[in-house]
Design a protein around this ligand. Structure first.
Ligand SMILES: Cc1ncc(COP(=O)(O)O)c(C=O)c1O
Length: 306
């Protein structure tokens, strides 16, 4: 079902000291860190005898699309609690939500205010009343099992790298990478959203697991391009140029920002060209269709050329 053998380390043509780990090749619909974060959770749900998965996300969420697809593959019913009540009344769902619905996910739309209670016991109890028992997967899919899954992203073959770079959303993926990185390695995370809170959240996850951290790690906050879901013409031009020269598609929300960041740091001399850099392609390509449709509907010229 999932092709872990398809994950290769591919050297970039234009930047000889950068290699990209093609986690996006694991599965077309449950790709990259989504597979890593979900598979142990789905095993746990099965063991607990649960038949329904419930999770949370925004209208363009990679995690919603992946949970819908993984649920269908593993034989679970799925419920997605979606931020934005107004979407329930729109005639056409965006590509992410229509993919989720077509994969069998029940979409439960809530207001932005209500969505803020997503970790609140009362809200969970209310959802259980409505839908019956379920296995709860948090927003973005991050929990201890997800982090454990992300510890398998790096393998012993990656020991030769000095720097490992990944995109950061909730911090789950980088936590697993930090835990499995070696003492001579430095892990750099590129948050796709604004805010300094992520360092503390990652520290808290690291503390919960109490696995000895050997590698140095840090977050670089200079490449969020205005915040979550925000882009600039420069970013989109970069993603298109990268695709033309390297033949590798990046998404505008996570991996595009991270790869832009690492190459910009290299060009500016903040990273050394003799350092061997491994960047993780965490997938997320499903979001491109929705991004392009949104750009066109708001008369913006910058779209990702597929
Ligand atoms: C494609 C992609 N890359 C990276 C991330 C960041 O992962 P995390 O939320 O574990 O930090 C996400 C978000 O979940 C994502 O969808």
């Amino acid at each position: 079902m999932f092709n872990l053998n398809a994950v290769i380390n591919q050297d970039l043509k234009q930047w000889p000291n950068i290699t990209i780990k093609r986690e996006d090749a694991i599965h077309p619909d449950v790709s990259g860190n989504k597979y890593r974060k979900l598979h142990l959770n789905l095993d746990a749900a099965k063991k607990q005898g649960k038949t329904t998965l419930l999770t949370f996300g925004g209208a363009y969420s990679n995690h919603i699309a992946a949970t819908a697809a993984a649920g269908a593959l593993y034989g679970f019913k799925t419920i997605g609690v979606i931020r934005g009540e107004e979407l329930a009344h729109s005639v056409n769902l965006n590509p992410t939500l229509s993919f989720a619905a077509n994969s069998g996910m029940t979409l439960h739309f809530v207001s932005r205010d209500m969505y803020r209670n997503k970790n609140n016991e009362q809200m969970i109890a209310q959802l259980a009343k409505q839908y019956g028992e379920f296995y709860l997967i948090p927003e973005g899919g991050t929990n201890l099992l997800a982090i454990e899954g992300c510890r398998s992203i790096l393998t012993h073959e990656d020991a030769a790298f000095d720097v490992i770079a990944t995109a950061v959303g909730t911090g789950g993926t980088i936590t697993g990478i930090i835990q499995s990185a070696l003492s001579h390695q430095e892990v750099i995370g590129f948050p796709a959203l604004r805010g300094d809170f992520l360092t503390d959240e990652i520290k808290a996850w690291l503390d919960k697991d109490a696995i000895e951290v050997l590698a140095k790690w840090s977050l670089n906050h200079h490449y969020h391009f205005g915040g979550y879901g925000k882009t600039t013409p420069e970013l989109i031009a970069f993603i298109n140029a990268f695709y033309r020269t390297e033949g590798i598609l990046l998404d505008p929300i996570y991996t595009g920002k991270m790869v832009f960041g690492i190459i910009d740091k290299l060009n500016r001399g903040y990273l050394n060209k003799t350092q061997k850099i491994l960047i993780i392609h965490t997938g997320g390509l499903q979001g491109i269709a929705g991004f392009n449709a949104h750009q066109k509907s708001t008369n913006k010229q910058d779209i990702i050329i597929l």
